[in-house]
Ligand binder design. Structure first.
Ligand code: 13P
Length: 251
């Protein structure tokens, strides 16, 4: 059985003390939770949050990394620096990186392979734009992003990959995919993994849903067979909204 995995992507929110305070509240709120948990603060707040969550059931995530280990890359942050801070997981291919910062599948794949080489877990985000969904291309877009994002990744390495399906039109908009629409894409992506790797790999891989996940819609989404948790943005910024999602347990 796949473990339910709930992650909070704090995006570019919160100062260091605010991040540490939220982390402290979450440590207390989730200490008896049975799911897998992660918080991903801004780079500048990783060290402060690391100190708070060390030794707890909450993992530390980064929201991005550079595609090179080190060198003349002004403004970038390396996997070596993230490892030094205690980061365990790196979110890659987020739609905000793809669309606002023009990251393409080849760049995301380069980052992903580098992160895996350094022992990180990677959450690979995929998802279609509204016009792509309306044109009936949701599966095709997710297929390209999955296949190209994972190019050159072995089945053994895939054990450290989580996929997050985040339809772009549902992110920060209050519009959630219906559980049925989300489930259809999740099942399709799991089928792709079976085709590209094996049925065993497909059965094992965790596929999170992201996009306006809130306490009142999370249970319905995560109850679906192929939805193994959530990547939460806005609702992860407060304990009152993240904890009820994170503590969901029905599988
Ligand atoms: P919202 O939950 O704010 O829609 O954000 C989702 C997201 O982008 C998580 O990575």
């Amino acid at each position: 059985m796949r473990q339910c995995y709930i992650a909070g992507n704090w995006k570019m929110h919160k100062t260091r003390p605010q991040s540490a305070d939220l982390a402290k509240e979450l440590v207390a709120a989730l200490k008896d939770g049975s799911n897998k948990y992660l918080v991903a603060p801004s780079f500048t707040n990783l060290e402060a949050v690391a100190a708070v969550i060390k030794g707890t059931n909450i993992r530390l995530g980064a929201q991005n990394c550079a595609c090179e280990e080190e060198g003349a890359h002004t403004g970038e942050v390396s996997v070596l620096q993230l490892k030094d801070l205690g980061v365990q997981t790196i979110i890659l291919g987020h739609s905000e990186r793809r669309h606002s910062y023009k990251e393409d599948d080849a760049l995301i794949n380069k980052k992903l392979k580098l992160a895996l080489k350094h022992g990180f877990e990677v959450i690979l985000c995929i998802g279609e734009l509204l016009e792509e969904r309306e044109a009936g291309k949701a599966n095709a877009v997710c297929e390209t992003q999955t296949v190209q994002g994972l190019a050159g990744v072995s089945e053994a390495e895939l054990a450290n990959v989580v996929i997050a399906y985040e339809p772009v039109w549902a992110i920060g908009t209050g519009k959630t995919a219906t559980p049925e629409d989300a489930e259809a894409v999740h099942a399709f992506v799991r089928g792709l993994i079976a085709k590209q790797y094996s049925q065993a790999a497909a059965d094992k891989i965790v596929i999170q849903y992201g996009g306006s996940v809130k306490p009142d819609n999370a249970a319905e989404l995560m109850a679906k067979e192929n939805i193994d948790g959530a990547l939460v943005g806005g609702a992860s910024l407060k304990t009152e909204t993240f904890a009820p999602i994170a503590k969901w347990n029905a599988k």
